[in-house]
Each structure stands twice: as structure tokens, then as C-alpha cells.
Design a protein around this ligand. Structure first.
Ligand code: GTP
Ligand code: SPV
Ligand code: MN
Length: 616
């Protein structure tokens, strides 16, 4: 069709709701660059969902699932080259390279914008430009933020409607003076006149670009997950971490849960930072195996934390849905997730059963005789490839979680009692340790890492560093981020939550897990919360000191009804000074790359740890 510039301005304005002038001019400016055939201002309504899913089904981009088994649910299949976040194509374009730091890909913002303007020029020809207004957290909440996403992907529109609160109320917030984050997304696949569309449009050349100083995201070439749902990692972690540092709050890769002691009625809230594939979704939906605790879900991936009026740290889950890994999710490992998925779900890259249901490795113990795999090919148990892609996902509204805490709706969040740092560590790191104080806890967070196993490339036992589980998600210099955490501790003072280290993944010499994990992790949470409670109400403190932190004293961990042999228990808490000292050398090397930006407190913590280990 080929719209002229004048046409496009008219196209943008034609259906526009009442928006502030800067919103209209921003949308117009990008529409003129991207040159879509049509513009649709989304409102997040049910009708919009029905219309877009129907259009995508007609185009073959969504497969409707059997209504009797999975009502209002759909399967999408991506191309094999667009199945995950692309970290090597993710850029932080601060004005100065040093402000992105050594762990991010930096590019000059002006040069990057010039490059991307060329990519964006005409990129939406033959397509519709959707304008998505969304709130992260309850609209108008004390910790909430709003943003707009432009996209040419109806798949992104549908997923955003699940993952964020998509509503035109956002425009009212903006008109009332709220800051707003500007995000632009194109799959980078313009259609020539008469050209037929493909099922999953994308471009081999991908750019996931953040401009932290102007709070913009420009994303090009991918339609998948965190690359395309810009509310998630791009906004809620990378940009929000920058906003948090500016305005005294924290944006973290953490799950969030509420725990009620059923004996005392006391309520606690806990957040936990674990790297990807280290069990956040599992802990977010924990089913305790011990009596005495009720666990309710608030979030499984991202938590925003801000000091409240009473001086305590308050938290929200800014998201409205789960974008969870499907493989490994089953009745035996996560029954809560399974019942959450009863309907209204978009599945991406899972397998399709002959009945029109979905399947993935680990969903059921028995494997179906025949499936259509994630690439659309026939599959049987004899096939030598997985039926679902290992990073296949479900997108589902959080409100469908049977264990959802009512505080998920609370405008101003919940007060945090404890923050956990975890990773996948076969050695060294104990099942649980309490940080000596906030500064020591920040050191623990900064040194989170996971060990490579024999199944992976590289040297066995080699540490993959993932500080605060934020390595791919911190929008600024990681050393400054640690400094911000240290400052936050000083501001919170004695109202700060307690910090802990946990590790569900310690193994014996034969590679067997020493700890049963999953629901049994409630025993560790129980100790953590009793330790917190004892600190708060001044009763006798739990635990005993070790060089690496406070460990549960003999008999403090509730092991009633679980079979953990005494030698395993000893191994779970063994602190081997020699291997810890070797790890300290690696930490020193890791810290060195941050040069003079490294907070002096962290080098001091490293030296103090070495001294305690040498004295042990
Ligand atoms: P992202 O969504 O990518 O951020 O991952 P996540 O942190 O939410 O990880 P998820 O909950 O999907 O779990 C990843 C893997 O850890 C799965 O294979 C689980 O079976 C496994 N896992 C979770 N909890 C435990 C545990 O307590 N012990 C053991 N051994 N494995 C666990
Ligand atoms: C992760 O990789 O940690 C995710 C998936 O949660 S994505 O949203 O694609 O980043
Ligand atoms: Mn994640």
C-alpha cells in the first residue's frame, strides 16, 4: 500500500484515545519511521484478545488447543533461530561505557540509534503497529511504573496482555504527570505488496537495546520472550534497576512469597534471587512438607522493592503473569503450576498431542505414543530429539494460581522479612547460612555462582558468576549496583530484612543430591523464619557462627519425617576452609575487573572472610 508520511500521521491520530501530546508525537514519530499499514491502539480488553487470537488462528500463527481440555488456550511455534533471549545481542547504551560496566555490552547511544533507525526504516510495511499501554504493578501504586510498547507482533500483544496490566488508565497516569518508559519492538520482517506472511516472522539480525539515560528500549528482529515482551527483562529489570538507583529503590530477579505461621498467625514475606533454571518458580509455589506454614505466591521472577513510610522495605511483583519454563513442570514437581495452567494460556514451542492438548518432557511420567513436536513434525518416544524445546514456555495469568496471595493486588506491596541468595552449587555452599550482617549479605549476593557439571562444556567445577542473579539484567555498572545495595542497607538500618544464602543442589562425590529439595525446602524456610522471628522479638538467637555465616545449630533444622542420613547432613553444612580459600582467589579475580568502581566494603568482606577461614 505504501503510506505517505502525511497518511501515517492521520492513521495514528484517527483512532487515538485521549492521550497527552508527547505520547501522540512519540507514536507518530516512530510510525513515520516504521511505516506500518495500520495502527491499532490496544486497550487490553477481552474483545481485543478474541479478535487477535482469531486473526492469528486464521493466519496459522496460533493453533487453538482442544477447548474441553485447555479452554481459550493456544500453541505458537517459533522458528528454530528465535527460541530464547539473545544475551550477545543485548546492549546497554549509556552515554559513558564505564556506566554500563565490564559485564554488559556497551555501544555509543547515538551510533546505536543511527544503526537502528536504518533497521527500523520501513520495518513495519505490510503490518499493523500496535500501541500497548501497560502498568507494572497496580495502576497508581506506590512502587508501580507505567510504559508504552510499540510492536508489530500480535503474539507480543497477546503475551503482554497476560504479563502486564494492559489498560488505557495508563494514559490518565501519564496525563497526571507519571514518568513513562518508551519501548519499541519490531520483528524486522516487512511485507512487500502482496507478499504472504510466514507463521513466525523475525529477522536473523537481532538487537535488544537499552538507553538507560532516556529510559528507552529499542528491540529488533526477535519475537521471543524477553526479547519481545519489553515489560519484562528490558523494562522491569534493566531500565528499572537504573530507575531504582536514581530514586532509591531496587529492581531484582527475585521470586516473592508470603508465609503464614499457622500456630502463631504471624505473617512473613520473603524474596529470593536465584539465577535462571535454579528453581524460582518452584519455590514461588512451594508446598510445605512440614506442618506449621502456609505458603502463598506473589511472584516467580521479578520483584521491585522500595522503603515504605515506616522505614521497612516493601515489595511488589510488577508482573501480572508467569512466563515459565514448561519442561520439568509436572504434577510431581509443581502441582500448583499445573493447576494454574487450566486455561487462558499461550504455549510456545511445546509439543501437541493427538487430542489437541500440550505436552513436554516431565509433564507426565508416561510419554505419549505420538506427538507433533515443537517444530511441527511427527514425534514418537523413539525419536532422538526432545518433543518440546528445552526453553519452551507457558504464558499464564498469575490470578489463576490457586495459591495466589491476596496481597498481589495490594497497591503498596508487602514488607520484606528475609532475602535469599541461591545458586546451583555441587560443593562448598551449605544448605543454608545466615549473613553476619547486611554488608556480608551483599558480599554473598555479589558472589552468587553456579558450577558447571560434567554434562556442560568447560572445566568441571568451574564457576559461572551470576551476581544477585542479575548478570544479564543489570542496566548499569554491576559494581555501582553493589554500591547501591550497600547504601540501601545503611538507609534501612535496623529495619533492613535479614539476608541468607541457600543451596538446594549440593552433591556427594558420586553426584547424588544430598538434599531432597522441592517441598522439603520448607524445612529450610522454617529455620530461616524462626531465626528472623527470634531476632525481631529479642528471644534467644538461632544458629551458630561459622567462617562463612551463621549455620543452623544441632537440632534446629526440623527433620521430622524426612530421611536425611547424619553423614549427608554433615556434608550439607561442611565448610572446607581450603576450597573456600581457593574460591576467594577466584572472587578476587572477578572483583578485579571492576577496578576502582568496586566498593571498598566488598574487598574488605573478602579479606575478612579469608581471615576467618585461615583461623578456622
Ligand atoms: P527462569 O524462569 O528461567 O528464571 O527459571 P527458574 O529459576 O524459575 O527455574 P525453575 O523453577 O523453572 O526450575 C529449574 C530447574 O530446577 C527444574 O529442572 C527443577 O526441577 C529444578 N529444581 C527446582 N527446585 C529444586 C530443588 O529444590 N532441588 C533440585 N534438585 N532441583 C530443583
Ligand atoms: C529468564 O531467562 O530468566 C526468563 C525468560 O525469565 S525471558 O523472559 O525470556 O527472559
Ligand atoms: Mn527469569
Amino acid at each position: 500500500m505504501g503510506n505517505t508520511i502525511e497518511n501515517i500521521a492521520t492513521l495514528v491520530a484517527a483512532e487515538a484515545p485521549a492521550v497527552r501530546e508527547d505520547v501522540l508525537s512519540w507514536v507518530t514519530e516512530f510510525a513515520e519511521l516504521l511505516q506500518p499499514d495500520a495502527v491499532r491502539w490496544c486497550d487490553g480488553s477481552e474483545e481485543e484478545w478474541q479478535e487477535l487470537t482469531a486473526e492469528m488462528v486464521a493466519a496459522g500463527s496460533l493453533i487453538p488447543l482442544n477447548k474441553d481440555i485447555r479452554p481459550n488456550s493456544f500453541l505458537a511455534r517459533s522458528t528454530p533461530d528465535d527460541v530464547a533471549r539473545v544475551e550477545d545481542r543485548t546492549f546497554i547504551c549509556s552515554n559513558e561505557a564505564i556506566d554500563a560496566g565490564p559485564t554488559n555490552n556497551w555501544r555509543d547511544p547515538q551510533e546505536m540509534k543511527a544503526t537502528l533507525r536504518e533497521k527500523f526504516a520501513g520495518a513495519m510495511r505490510g503490518r499493523t503497529l500496535y500501541v500497548i499501554p501497560f502498568s507494572m504493578g497496580p495502576v497508581g501504586g506506590a512502587i508501580s511504573q507505567v510504559g508504552l510498547q510499540l510492536t508489530d507482533s500480535p503474539y507480543a500483544v497477546l503475551n503482554m496482555r497476560i504479563m502486564a496490566r494492559v489498560t488505557p488508565e495508563v494514559y490518565t497516569q501519564i496525563s497526571n504527570g507519571a514518568d513513562w518508559v518508551r519501548t519499541v519492538h519490531s520483528v524486522g520482517a516487512p511485507l512487500a505488496e502482496g507478499e504472504e506472511d510466514v507463521v513466525w516472522p523475525c529477522n536473523p539480525d537481532k538487537y535488544i537495546v537499552h538507553f538507560p539515560e532516556t529510559l528507552e528500549v529499542w528491540s529488533y528482529g526477535s519475537g521471543y520472550g524477553g526479547n519481545a515482551l519489553l515489560s519484562k527483562k528490558c523494562f522491569a529489570l534493566r531500565l528499572a534497576s537504573v530507575m531504582g538507583r536514581r530514586d532509591n529503590w531496587l529492581a531484582e530477579h527475585m521470586l516473592l512469597i508470603k508465609l503464614t505461621n499457622t500456630d502463631t498467625g504471624r505473617v512473613f514475606h520473603l524474596a529470593a534471587a536465584f539465577p535462571s533454571a535454579c528453581g524460582k518458580t518452584n519455590l514461588a509455589m512451594l508446598r510445605p512438607t512440614i506442618p506449621g506454614w502456609e505458603v502463598e505466591t506473589l511472584g516467580d521472577d521479578i520483584t521491585w522493592l522500595r522503603p515504605g513510610k515506616d522505614g521497612r522495605l516493601y515489595a511488589i511483583n510488577p508482573e501480572a503473569g508467569f512466563f515459565g519454563v514448561a519442561p520439568g513442570t509436572g504434577e510431581s514437581t509443581n502441582p500448583t503450576a499445573m493447576s494454574t495452567l487450566w486455561g487462558n494460556t499461550i504455549y510456545t514451542n511445546v509439543a501437541l498431542t493427538d487430542e489437541g492438548d500440550v505436552w513436554w518432557e516431565g509433564k507426565t511420567d508416561s510419554v505419549p505414543d505420538h506427538l507433533i513436536d515443537w517444530q511441527g513434525n511427527d514425534w514418537t518416544p523413539d525419536s532422538d530429539r526432545p518433543a518440546a524445546h528445552p526453553n519452551s514456555r507457558f504464558t499464564v495469568p498469575i490470578t489463576q494460581t490457586p495459591t495466589l496471595a491476596e496481597e498481589w493486588f495490594a497497591a503498596d506491596g508487602v514488607p520484606i522479612d528475609a532475602i535469599l541468595f541461591g545458586g546451583r552449587r555441587a560443593t562448598n555452599v551449605p544448605l543454608v547460612a545466615k549473613a553476619r550482617d547486611w554488608q556480608h549479605g551483599v558480599f554473598i549476593g555479589a558472589t552468587i555462582s553456579s558450577e558447571k557439571t560434567a554434562a556442560q562444556e568447560g572445566t568441571v567445577g568451574e564457576l559461572r558468576r551470576d551476581p544477585f542473579a542479575m548478570l544479564p539484567f543489570c542496566g548499569y555498572n554491576m559494581a555501582d549496583y553493589w554500591g547501591h545495595w550497600l547504601n540501601m542497607g545503611e538507609k534501612l538500618g535496623d529495619k533492613a530484612p535479614q539476608l541468607f544464602q541457600v543451596n538446594w543442589f549440593r552433591k556427594d562425590q558420586d553426584g547424588r543430591f544430598l538434599w531432597p529439595g522441592f517441598g522439603e525446602n520448607s524445612r529450610v524456610i522454617d529455620w530461616i523464619l524462626r531465626a528472623v522471628d527470634a531476632d525481631n522479638n529479642g528471644s534467644e538467637k538461632l544458629g551458630e557462627p561459622s567462617p562463612i555465616g551463621v549455620l543452623p545449630a544441632d537440632g534446629e533444622l526440623n527433620l521430622d519425617g524426612v530421611d536425611v542420613p547424619a553423614e549427608d547432613l554433615a556434608s550439607l553444612f561442611d565448610v572446607d576452609a581450603e576450597s573456600w580459600l581457593a574460591e576467594c582467589d577466584l572472587t578476587e579475580q572477578f572483583f578485579a575487573q571492576f577496578g576502582e568502581r568496586l566498593p571498598a566494603q566488598l574487598s574488605a568482606e573478602l579479606e575478612a572472610l579469608r581471615e576467618r577461614l585461615r583461623a578456622a
